[in-house]
Design a protein around this ligand. Sequence first.
Ligand SMILES: Nc1ncnc2c1ncn2[C@@H]1O[C@H](COP(=O)(O)OP(=O)(O)OP(=O)(O)O)[C@@H](O)[C@H]1O
Ligand SMILES: [Mg+2]
Length: 317
Amino acid sequence: MSNSLLRIEHLTKVYRIGSIIGGTKITAVDDVSFEINGSEIFTLAGESGCGKTTIAKIVLGFEDVTRGEVYYSGKRIDNLKKRSEIFEEIQAVFQNPFTTFNPLRRVESYFYDTLKNFEISKSKEEATAIITEKLKTVGIEFDEFYHKYPSEFSGGQLQRISIAKSLLTNPKLLVADEPVSMVDASLRMSIVNLFKKLEELGISILYITHDLMTAYYLGGRIAIMFRGNIVETGSTERVLSEPKHPYTQLLKESIPQPDPKKKWSTRIKLSDLEEVEYVSTGCKFAGRCPYAMDICRKERPPYFDVNGSKVMCYLYK
Ligand SMILES: Nc1ncnc2c1ncn2[C@@H]1O[C@H](COP(=O)(O)OP(=O)(O)OP(=O)(O)O)[C@@H](O)[C@H]1O
Ligand SMILES: [Mg+2]
């Protein structure tokens, strides 16, 4: 596709957990490919530990790849030594805005520093004008923001402020990892609406979530992940209204509750079934799938086209 902004090809990330001797390896991301176009929302969804954050970290350059390639605007970026060339164009929105800002520092200092460090503005007046404009995009007035500490804002306000900060460098892609899970349910939709507005302004968003409701509302395209694989991908509307993969069907019924305090380090002990799923040569979902056939346990299914979606499941052969 000519409009491709981010392209991921056969991405694999293997982590070693435990000691070098008695430890195990986990394929956190297993042969994942997808593409995000300009001005598009693309969602990664799936249960805890399926590899969403690992993909986000790789796209942001925080983590090396084990195998595979990442392209941005047609240029390979996973092997870049100097990330600064594209740093301004890909920005992150983190889960907890309170950890983005130092509680003892006034929030505006981050904005002025960013504009200065990136040489985006030449004077304080120019910087203030840019900050005012970016805050306006997220629905916040400069006066209600200026000279305040992070604790003086609500979680929803601070998340919008952190998004405004990400916009300072005029990024083309925002990587938003669970950006609403720490925000009050009543304020969540205002952030989700903001993402829709940013998409209209020409910004693409890699949206990562447990929450299928917000994913559905955002639209665009979605990839459902299970144990490092994308098991189903297509238009969000179609995938969530008529899920084809047995795992997507289960996920839709059981919408798992996100636990923002849970980090990978706290769930490093995997159940026996989970361990088997990570290393399975067949379909990783076969152990739980009500429709599993012999072939599912032996060979990883390829993707089958089903009404415009791609589904990694032999049911659609
Ligand atoms: N630095 C690391 N070292 C070892 N294992 C890791 C590391 N980071 C992630 N993992 C493991 O890789 C797998 C994928 O983790 P990842 O954080 O990408 O999942 P996730 O989909 O973002 O989950 P969640 O929804 O809980 O945020 C998990 O099994 C996790 O334990
Ligand atoms: Mg995560």
